[in-house]
Ligand binder design. Sequence first.
Ligand SMILES: Cc1cc2nc3c(=O)[nH]c(=O)nc-3n(C[C@H](O)[C@H](O)[C@H](O)COP(=O)(O)O)c2cc1C
Length: 398
Amino acid sequence: MSSLSQKRIILGITGGIAAYKSAEIARRLQDEGAEVRVIMTDSAQEFIRPLTLQALTGKPVHTDLLDPKAEAAMGHIELARWADIVLIAPATANFIAVLSQGVANDLLTTVCLASSGSIVVAPAMNQAMWSQPVSLDNIERLKQRNITIFEPDDGIQACGDTGPGRLQQPEAIVDQLCGIFDSGILSGKRVVITAGPTREAIDPVRYISNHSSGKMGFALASGMIDAGAAVTLISGPVSLDSPDRCQLIPVVSASEMLEAATEAVKEADIFISSAAVADYQVTEASSQKIKKKSDKMSLNLSKTPDIVAILSENNPKMFVLGFAAETENIESHARDKLNRKNLDAIIANDVSRDDIGFNSDNNEALWIDANSCQSLSKKSKTQLAREIIVLIAEKIDN
Ligand SMILES: Cc1cc2nc3c(=O)[nH]c(=O)nc-3n(C[C@H](O)[C@H](O)[C@H](O)COP(=O)(O)O)c2cc1C
């Protein structure tokens, strides 16, 4: 279940060229289970029609402050009380200036002033407008009032300029909003996560490995940090940046991963084994480069240590989540692994598909525990990680 499920969100849309992206934001918020009401400024309605947002949300769009009919239905104070969060995306330079002054001269600014919930502002404007000292001062003033800013992206703009000021992508905005609701659900918990592939040496230049990118484990680490956990991330060789505020321990082989994880879990509450650990290692790796002499060669392989099984057996109080990368009979193979390795839960995914799993940015999976099996529909690994974290938090609470 997404952390946005059943959350009440006011989506405020102001008059910038990026207003068209607000339709996608509204749709994605609802996909996460949020209830969405839309408020549009007069200028916003010049860029995108209220009808579009009304059709997407199934609710009338709120546009007027001084409208007796609107006040009789759901007036500005009711709207402000109703919302868990007010998200303004896109937010124009004008709107940010007005909000920073505490002015309430239209419905959106009035609702913001009347709201006791969180306010999130996603600015979008030309790079010169964004870089003006007055705009940056206004942003600073909002931050001081605990208004969250989803900093704009840098890049090519609609007007042809290049620089900071682009509205973040709808997916990124929704991800960050999930992070706001997730925050604190695993506060104080210590989490160890393994990620990426391992490499088992054949000789000094060759190795056995797999296609794991580490993206799922890194997304889990970021989500866990947002949820308030202290995270140790033990990763095989990947080309990803370490999340902020995370202790990253780089390793290469399965044996190194086991050694690092055994030490790290001593104080841990939760262990997540998302690494694609090689099942076999070369029994005696050559210390010199093997020369190409004969037409055929064979390698003598022996099993690598079963990291998740060893750690779950040695740490019975720790919550252990495993991953099963399967290509067939996904649920039954994963449930068998859950039982054999004495896991609390397992995430099973189908790695035979090109559109999800290894190397992809998306994933679709099954969450399986002793009592249930629930499907987690296709989404970005960041979103899936948040969903998994909410499930872990629920399990630990129970
Ligand atoms: C074609 C066009 C595009 C605009 N795009 C932006 C924009 O991306 N960001 C911005 O801050 N202002 C933009 N403006 C200026 C705003 O529309 C203007 O400041 C307006 O007063 C904002 O009203 P609001 O903040 O009440 O929605 C644009 C104006 C025009 C005519």
